[in-house]
Design a protein around this ligand. Structure first.
Ligand code: ATP
Ligand code: MG
Length: 192
């Protein structure tokens, strides 16, 4: 069993690399961003609440987000035997503590935190492009700037948090999707 966190700034390629990692290692993918966007598209109660935060580039409050994640883990129990790749969670220290507790209840833990490190101007370029191609509502310049602010204030401290635990695996996330995937694969093989 291998539980991974894929970590990094908005637009760093978490979703893209997760798709490859689930194939390579037989993991179950939990993307909190996708989960919330699905709720928004279906117009659920959670979707209505989430939309208010996401459209401003803000984070969903920790207590709500942690409940959503716990529910998702519970519901997908039969699919997570090989491990999970957590994409977009944790985004704050309280979320990281909650995740540890949840995994601990199943005698499991986090194997590694794959940190995709990408230059800021490249991040902005990618998100603008994705906004044009996908119509994703939060991929517009004002919201992107706010998401980057929030990332630096609330999410980036998790790097040190996981470094101290010896779990942080830095990956150069600039370059081609294939090259980045190879770097991740090599780094994980070395880690285990
Ligand atoms: P990437 O492009 O690397 O996949 P992203 O930051 O562009 O990442 P998502 O991870 O899809 O996008 O998240 C979109 C939005 O959903 C966030 O900006 C935030 O508002 C909300 N969200 C997702 N995960 C969380 C979380 N763990 N805590 C709080 N809010 C979250
Ligand atoms: Mg994503």
């Amino acid at each position: 069993m291998m539980n991974l966190v894929i970590f990094g700034a908005p637009g760093c390629g978490k979703g893209t690399q997760s798709e490859r990692l689930i194939e390579r290692f037989g993991l179950h993918h939990i993307s909190t961003g996708e989960l919330l966007r699905d709720h928004i598209a279906r117009g659920t109660e959670l979707g209505k609440i989430a939309d208010g935060y996401i459209s401003k580039g803000h984070l969903i409050p920790d207590d709500l987000m942690i409940r959503v994640l716990a529910h998702e883990l519970e519901e997908k129990q039969d699919k997570t035997a090989n491990g999970v790749i957590f994409d977009g969670f944790p985004r704050t220290i309280p979320q990281a503590i909650a995740l540890e507790k949840l995994l601990d209840e199943h005698n499991a833990g986090i194997h590694a935190v794959v940190g995709l490190e990408v230059d800021e101007d490249e991040l902005v370029k990618r998100m603008i492009q994705r906004g044009l191609e996908s119509g994703r509502a939060d991929d517009n310049i004002d919201t992107i700037k706010e998401r980057l602010n929030v990332y630096h204030q609330r999410t980036a401290p998790l790097r040190d948090y996981y470094k101290k635990q010896g779990k942080y695996v830095p990956i150069d996330g600039n370059g081609s999707v294939e090259d980045i995937f190879k770097t991740i694969e090599d780094a994980l093989n070395k880690q285990s």
